[in-house]
Design a protein. Structure first.
Length: 91
């Protein structure tokens, strides 16, 4: 196995923990065994967070993967800033 990918739909509306509003949720995974790349996606309250984790020894050029994800995001949303992108309209 070379890559682990996970996606999870979180709550559509913000939640609170001990009375404090949770503003952002970041997915955190772990690399184990011979899996050098982990890609996690989590939606929460109308935002999507994509987290990429790599084994630096096994994937010394991980920045190429990250830049590819950024380029695809920009092509889809028209911006490098994922906080400013809006999902394209569906027919």
């Amino acid at each position: 196995m070379h890559v682990v990918e996970s996606d999870l739909t979180g709550p559509a509306a913000p939640i609170s923990v001990f009375g404090a509003k949770v503003r952002t949720v970041i997915p955190i995974g772990s690399l184990a065994g011979n899996v050098p790349i982990s890609v996690l996606a989590l939606s929460y309250a109308g935002e999507l967070v994509v987290a990429i984790q790599t084994d630096a020894d096994a994937v010394p050029d991980a920045e190429i993967l990250v830049e590819g994800v950024r380029a695809e995001w920009k092509a889809w949303h028209g911006t490098n800033d994922p906080r400013r992108g809006a999902a394209p309209a569906t027919p």
